[in-house]
Design a protein around this ligand. Structure first.
Ligand SMILES: [Zn+2]
Ligand SMILES: [Zn+2]
Length: 148
């Protein structure tokens, strides 16, 4: 994605609004994973206000324009991540605290070349999600139950 999110939206004929600009500003500062609720919370925390419907609409729009990627964890549970300069990576998802951590392994390339050799499926992306408990949650309580 080249240019600012605002430029991209303007180029598509979307008029900028104060609320949307706040959201774009917040998004451009982020490199981590988020969803509409955590985004809303962090904008509020900085003393700005923005309505939930505007957040949902804006995220949906950016997703449609391929500026954001939406990743599903399970029904009604998803997160977004900026389609920035990050290489292809997998996600470690903690079922105790919900934290999502990126990881990179050489395995992606190996998997791709294996697939290319063994199937006629044309891949464009590999998504690997690993579920479990993060180090902090393990340390906190060895018997802690996974919440979901
Ligand atoms: Zn955790
Ligand atoms: Zn990620």
């Amino acid at each position: 994605v080249n240019g600012s999110l605002k430029d991209i939206l303007n180029a598509q004929g979307f008029r900028s609004t104060k609320e949307r600009d706040r959201i774009l500003h917040e998004l451009e500062a982020r490199t981590d994973h988020f969803n509409a609720e955590t985004l809303h919370a962090s904008i509020l925390q900085k003393g700005s206000s923005v309505s939930r419907p505007t957040i949902y609409r804006t995220l949906h729009l950016l997703e449609a324009l391929h500026c954001l990627e939406k990743l599903y964890l399970k029904k009604n549970c998803y997160f977004y991540e900026p389609l920035s300069q990050k290489n292809e990576h997998g996600h470690l998802i903690c079922r105790g605290c919900g934290r999502i951590t990126d990881f990179w392994v050489e395995g992606f390339e190996i998997l791709k070349s294996e697939m290319a050799r063994n199937t006629d499926f044309k891949m464009n992306k590999i998504s690997i999600q690993v579920f479990g408990l993060c180090g902090a949650c393990q340390a906190e309580d060895k018997h802690r139950n996974e919440r979901w």
